[in-house]
Design a protein around this ligand. Sequence first.
Ligand code: SF4
Length: 181
Amino acid sequence: MFQENIFTQRGQALHKRVDDPGVEVRDGLRVERALPLYSDRLGLVGKVDVVEFLPDGSPYPVEYKHGSRHKRAEIARCDDLQLAAQAMCLEEMTGHSVPEAALFYATLRRCREVLISPELHQAVETALVEIRSMLSLGRLPPRRNDDHCRACSLRDLCQPEVLADNERHRRVLDHLFYEDD
Ligand code: SF4
């Protein structure tokens, strides 16, 4: 299921500006927009909004976000993980290390630099293992009923307040995703 809300629509409006693939040279840097990404090792494909290529060919990815750069730490962490996964794809594609990347918060026109640390690399790898495990078991992740839900467009469909508090509902819904022979 997917449902729009004001935040998904703002995100789409923002990305229309950077979703057209293109290349330009700016301040001596080659700048690519909407660059497709892949990693055979991680089994990932995706796209990054902008990559600035330094003169030695090193990539510096920039992902566009709407909203404030002063997000709660747990929510900012999701942005950092996305950026780290993009950096890891670019490392495999180009053979250059990607130690830093940035999130560009378009509303405020401010950047937040993110150090792509070994800890972030490990967190991406761990998340991939957990996601694949859930997929192979046919299970959904647990409902959170926390700050992530506040702006989530799926809130009405998911009803995290009801379901998170109700063990019987949880068991019924989990049961729906068991294989029935
Ligand atoms: S648990 Fe919260 S964040 Fe996850 S889908 Fe439901 S409403 Fe959205």
